[in-house]
Design a protein around this ligand. Sequence first.
Ligand SMILES: NC(=O)c1ccc[n+]([C@@H]2O[C@H](COP(=O)([O-])OP(=O)(O)OC[C@H]3O[C@@H](n4cnc5c(N)ncnc54)[C@H](O)[C@@H]3O)[C@@H](O)[C@H]2O)c1
Length: 246
Amino acid sequence: MKVAMVTGGGSGMGRSVCLHLAQRGDAVAVVDRDADAAEHVAEEIRSAGGTAAALETDVSDRAQVDETVAKIRADLGPIGVLVTSAGISGFTPFMEITTEAFEQMLAVNLTGTFHCVQSAIPDMIDSGWGRIVLVSSSSAQRGGPGMAHYASSKGGVFALTKSLALEFAPLGITVNNIAPSSIETPMHAGARAAGKLSSVEEASARMPVKRLGTGDDIAAAALFLVSDEASYFTGQTMGVNGGSYI
Ligand SMILES: NC(=O)c1ccc[n+]([C@@H]2O[C@H](COP(=O)([O-])OP(=O)(O)OC[C@H]3O[C@@H](n4cnc5c(N)ncnc54)[C@H](O)[C@@H]3O)[C@@H](O)[C@H]2O)c1
């Protein structure tokens, strides 16, 4: 049994990762800025016999992250697994992206990831074992019109993955990232409702595997990456993208 901290655990792929980690016996800290969503997922886990705590946290706020990590340590134990799925997206033509919007994107998707890793990793250093999975995006691999701010923030996650992997490999800690594409979650449905993405049917037809991804697809990748067996796998990007970017 490990103690796992999952940011963005209240929705979408973060929720799926929480449920799967709980099924394998981990104690799960469901971290999300949406307190009700986090509590709902924690309750799902507890009612299935698992161990979970919900922690309302804005990952872009360092003090909140540090407070949350301290609570997880006190209530569940030292953190061994960290999955960062908290994120925001946006589709804005480049010339209309304000400095504030650009900085907000970085604050949540990149600086928020930095905060969580730096706050949680001392437990992994102390125990000589750790698994960190950062959620990036295929948009950082291929770019996208209207996605300069989002793709830039996720590109930073790729660079962070590689640097952390090399720095912490000698200490028994692996750091990898999952680069999803077209995963059917509330974020994806919201972008579709706003007219920024094509219909499920059209998008599925374009996919080599002829369907969109699910939270379970992401959880399957995450569960491998956080396993003991994945100790020779670090600094890598796992593209969970239906073959849409190879
Ligand atoms: N859905 C996709 O197709 C797709 C593709 C590529 C990358 N991603 C990335 O995957 C991750 C998860 O996305 P999802 O599709 O599950 O989205 P989602 O919106 O369903 O879930 C994201 C969760 O993050 C939380 N969150 C947002 N800002 C936060 C903050 N500042 N602090 C704490 N929690 C915060 C939200 O409340 C929400 O519960 C995101 O980082 C997203 O950028 C998604």
